[in-house]
Design a protein around this ligand. Sequence first.
Ligand SMILES: C=C(O[C@@H]1C=C(C(=O)O)C=C[C@H]1O)C(=O)O
Length: 372
Amino acid sequence: MSDLNAIRQTINRIDGELTRLFAERMGCALDVARSKLENGGAILNREREAAIHESLRTRFPQELQGAGDSFFTTLILLSRERQYRAFVDAGRLPACMSALTQAQPKDSCAYYGSFGSWSHQAACKLLPQAALQSAVDFEQVFRLVGSGEVDCGVVPIENSTAGTVREVYDLLLRHRLSIVEATTLDIEYCLVSTGSDDTVREVYSHPQALSQCAAWLKERALTPRSCSDTAGAAALVQERGDPGIAALCNRFTAEHLALPVLHSGIRDAASNTTRFIRVARSPVCGPDADTVSVVLHTPHERGALAFVLDVFRDYGVNLLKIESRPMPESPFTYSFYLDFSGSLRDKNIQAILLQLECELPFFKLLGNYREL
Ligand SMILES: C=C(O[C@@H]1C=C(C(=O)O)C=C[C@H]1O)C(=O)O
């Protein structure tokens, strides 16, 4: 036991020396940052880092080379993070913030689906005063906003039961739109039909709605049939007047079309919510914005994603979501979509954006917004 105490005392002494050396090295990093600010130059210098690693590797005993390399990788990462903070303190803001606008019009808004769809409901909640316009698919919402025909658009991005709306993520990457607001709706469905429980065999709705009620439908041996959106499905049921078919739609649509409701409150999970985003042509950073969304590519090398996660840990930023999508033009490589807590007004967030923007092969700010 006394041996253990003695060893721990030695460890404490070493930690003390390391602490002093660490602070001294970080001070040097700050001096380097000041020099780079004065004379120009990027913070990341891969050649210099490779040379440091190379020269130190041979100085570690064989069995410590891997750990030693990781130790210096972390040390140098902390040194660069210190420098990005110094850059931000000196007024160097990330390029992705240059497009930020204070306010933008929101008089007109396109939403996905027919009148009465969940996206329509979300648009009514976010913009009760705006002139709303229906769009046949997600892409059309993005096109209407991008071309300036409408000020903004509302689309679903994620459901707590069925998961991510993948097409919307892909559109966010392809189009130059920003997320400016988000909201969640509690989702449950009505089964509407001109027939009855005895006659209905097929149920029409949007694939997401069908998947959120898949068990309910299966239990009753009802065949799911996909169509463009929930409100469109209800309109189809009304048009056809076929007692063999029904639709899953929201109560607003059922009442609007005055369709008989055979069942209500339908959803497989006890809680079922969908998040919607409002997209516009330029990013904003309102005083109450608390969520940042970005999309990035990492190099195809060992530890590339771990680097991104380490950066978030080091800056003390809380990651809310990470989603990956394949990049069809380069098979088996991925775009990563990250949501995290924070505001672009915060210097810590500015520094993390500056670092990711400078150090990754691709980085795009998708928006800074608040969930209403
Ligand atoms: C300190 C510098 O900046 C960065 C950090 C390094 C480090 O901490 O050793 C090395 C190279 C750069 O990526 C530098 O350029 O020397």
